[in-house]
Write a new protein. Structure first.
Length: 133
């Protein structure tokens, strides 16, 4: 039996496993493949167009009462992932967790890495340094 600090899968009611990635931490269920991810991590990893609509709908209560939050166990709100998608995710207004069933998170559009300015050739850097002096 899990202790009171365990995050529980809202579908299977088993403890979730912490998964550390280069982008942050999420919690996954080994049985159903679902994931609990914070809105903060989602905003780092995915485009605002992917995340903001579902968060706004949840904050306005524009959804259905759904499964319990993995953390606080309060009912989450089921909202559409997007206007085009027939996928619903579950959002906790209190803990900022979003529950994705298996493979639902794969439908989000990832942020593109920040462009890196190409490095100037050595000769150009020398000329620029001389011009600045």
């Amino acid at each position: 039996m899990p202790d009171d600090t365990s995050l529980l899968c809202p579908r299977c009611q088993v403890p979730l496993k912490e998964v550390r990635t280069s982008g942050g931490i999420f919690y996954g269920c080994d049985l159903c493949g679902g994931r609990a991810v914070t809105i903060e991590l989602l905003r780092k990893r995915f485009t605002p167009e992917s995340i903001n609509p579902l968060w706004l709908h949840a904050m306005r209560g524009e959804g259905r009462v759904s499964v319990p939050c993995p953390s606080c166990r309060q009912p989450m709100i089921g909202v559409a992932l997007s206007a085009r998608a027939e996928i619903n995710v579950d959002v906790c207004q209190h803990c900022h967790f979003i529950w994705f069933d298996a493979h639902e998170v794969d439908t989000l559009v990832p942020r593109q890495p920040e462009p890196v300015a190409p490095e100037l050739p050595q000769k150009a850097r020398e000329m620029l340094a001389i011009a600045e002096v």
